[in-house]
Design a binder for this molecule. Sequence first.
Ligand SMILES: *[C@@H]1O[C@H](CO)[C@@H](O)[C@H](O)[C@H]1NC(C)=O
Ligand SMILES: *[C@@H]1O[C@H](CO)[C@@H](O)[C@H](O)[C@H]1NC(C)=O
Length: 419
Amino acid sequence: MIFGPCTRKQILTMSALAAGIILAVVAISVFSQVESKQPPWAAGHSFNKCHKTLPNTTSSTLELVHIVFRHGIRTPVDTFPNDPYVKDSFKPTGWGHVTNRGKKELFEMGRWLHRRYGDFMGPYYRPDRLHAQATASPRALMSLQTTLASMFEPRGTVMEWNKQLNWQPIPIVSEPLDQDSLLLVRTSCPRYFEARDEVFQLPEVIAQQEPYADMLRELSNLTGMPMRDAEDVNSLYITLLAEQEFGYKLPNWAKDYFPERMKFLAEQSYIYNAYTPEMQKIKGGPFLRKMYDEMLAKQAGSLRPRDRGMFIYTGHDWTVGNILSALGLWKRQMPRFAVMAIFETHQNRQTGEYYVEIFLRNDEFGCLEQLKLADCELQCPLNRLIKLSESVLPNEPMEQRCRAHNPAFVEPPPRKIDQ
Ligand SMILES: *[C@@H]1O[C@H](CO)[C@@H](O)[C@H](O)[C@H]1NC(C)=O
Ligand SMILES: *[C@@H]1O[C@H](CO)[C@@H](O)[C@H](O)[C@H]1NC(C)=O
């Protein structure tokens, strides 16, 4: 029958089979393309060029690492009167908490950190080697815990203590929110808010926001909430993003504004919030001061504990934005959830000189972008880096730095997003 003349029915069957095979092949190739475009935490096993990155130690030894990253994907913190989800309970966690998808991404990021810094940190977790700190915000604490869980899996090391659980406790320190002087810098500082008001009065800032006057009016109408400036747009942008990431359908009007039309002002908001050296000093300066002191101590051999190799911090979008702004390194962009800045202190093996390399991880595949200070090389000598930061390093008492010029100025209450 196979070799004989085919009946009409057989031909039809064979064509159907062939068509089926072609369809399957097309479907598989399309599917595999889709899969390879997915970020690793979504695809599970897909591989990409940034799966493994290593510090550049061609002619240096890595001495110290400082990492600061934003918490992972979360449910919304803010809302607006016309939000269809204004009464939603965002089960099971409620508002403002890391979602399971967020945890998957953070867990993958911890593995990525293990691949990059595993050799440097040693074969197993040692308390002296690592300082881990988060803001007192539950989403920051949970994000750091999730990241550390995969960065220091104890199985097969001397730290293994439970055959059923490939996890070990790792301490995280934190300052109470209202005393936060490092990552949120939420201690009272009227001058900061007064300076921010001044920024929004600057002719160039008014000119940048001017083309969006209609959009602000329309969005005020649609949301039922006054939308006055870049900061309001930023807050709405992140609320819509969080709802979308949560799998919720956005209201129909949103597609005309989010993300494209809102993007510029939402991004500018990070720039306006640390616009002047004075503001950068208040918000990013304390972190830089602490980090530089630790780098200098490492260089002098006086850092304690002696074994300390890494400081890892979890904060918020503004934390990363403000620190990099203080260095003149923050370009207009939206920080992703879990956006990360890395500062590596190296010692040149030939000259003995200490230098710093700075990286930003703000890419769906977790690729690193190396950042360069305007007046320094990619491998910026530590002393020069500190010299270039002089105008943003706090050197006066905080009360003095934070005193409003106008004694009648009243500091606004903390934003929801900062708790
Ligand atoms: C790595 O470091 C070496 C020497 O310090 C430098 O010449 C080289 O350009 C660096 N490579 C990359 C990829 O940054
Ligand atoms: C808001 O928009 C609606 C529909 O375009 C319009 O009827 C209404 O007058 C607007 N309200 C305000 C306060 O602008």
